[in-house]
Design a protein around this ligand. Structure first.
Ligand code: BGC
Length: 252
């Protein structure tokens, strides 16, 4: 029987969700978006998550991607949402507000799981590093397809600042850099993480990855294979849905 699970991705500006076919990661519904509430407090974001599940008339297990550290359901970093998320059991809150079985994970982990399961890293057993360039830099690490959750390589100190401040996609816009200039910064960062982690494959994701033809040719790595993400905007939704189903069927 086809498994269809709702996946929701909480971003800095929008919260998006659709029902995912777990056979191939595709959406079987529209991708419904609501603006991220301001301030993005736990209650306000929970209401947005409920609105998305109601839009899809969805009942069942749901996966949610959250833009910060989630440890055992609890938010331990709230860089891109309201600080009142810190210490909140987001799993429990969203489960209560939606009345459904909700599983929350870091958004970088979700997007990377999406790519590992359905996209650019499918079948990859070596060390895979996922980097998602957006407002921040989402990151995830796998070995033998096993996720080490909550890697925060966007916050590596680089050039005296958080790496994501130096070279996330938002840095390009904020500083008015050309794609070539920005890619030069990304290359410096890639060289640094390659030296630290020796990945076999680096998946380049995040919203900006859909404009790959504008900068992909400027990027280079030393030994790792660099690949454009395949699921683009839907990676987090698909990965969160897959992960939630896995957790629910494992009885988590
Ligand atoms: C957060 C990460 C998150 C990334 C993308 C970073 O600032 O620390 O947890 O994955 O932004 O949202």
């Amino acid at each position: 029987m086809a498994q269809h699970i709702l996946g929701i991705d909480i971003g800095g500006t929008g919260i998006k969700g659709g029902v995912v076919d777990l056979a191939d990661g595709s959406l079987v519904t529209d991708r419904f978006r609501v603006d991220t509430p301001r301030p993005a407090t736990p209650q306000a974001v929970a209401a947005a998550v409920r609105a998305i599940s109601a839009h899809h008339s969805y009942e069942g297990t749901m996966g949610v991607a959250y833009p910060g550290i989630i440890r055992n359901g609890i938010a331990l970093l709230a860089a891109n949402v309201d600080a009142s998320f810190l210490g909140v059991d987001v799993d429990a809150l969203f489960t209560e507000v939606t009345g459904q079985d909700v599983h929350v994970m870091n958004d970088g982990d979700a997007a990377a799981v999406g790519e590992m399961q359905f996209g650019a890293a499918a079948g990859e057993a070596g060390t895979v590093l996922f980097l998602g360039f957006g407002t921040g830099i989402a990151s995830a690490l796998f070995r033998e397809a096993i996720l080490v959750p909550n890697m925060e390589f966007g916050h590596l100190e680089f050039k005296g600042m958080d790496a994501e401040h130096y070279c996330a996609a938002s840095a390009r816009k904020r500083e008015g850099l050309s794609y070539e200039e920005w890619a030069g910064r990304v290359n410096e960062y890639l060289a640094h993480v390659e030296m630290l982690l020796s990945p076999d494959v680096i998946i380049f994701g995040g919203g900006v990855s859909k404009k790959w033809e504008r900068f992909g040719h400027f990027l280079h790595t030393e030994h790792a294979q660099l690949r454009q993400a395949e699921l683009l905007n839907n990676a987090g939704i698909a990965g969160a849905a897959h992960w939630a189903h896995r957790a629910a069927t494992a009885g988590a």
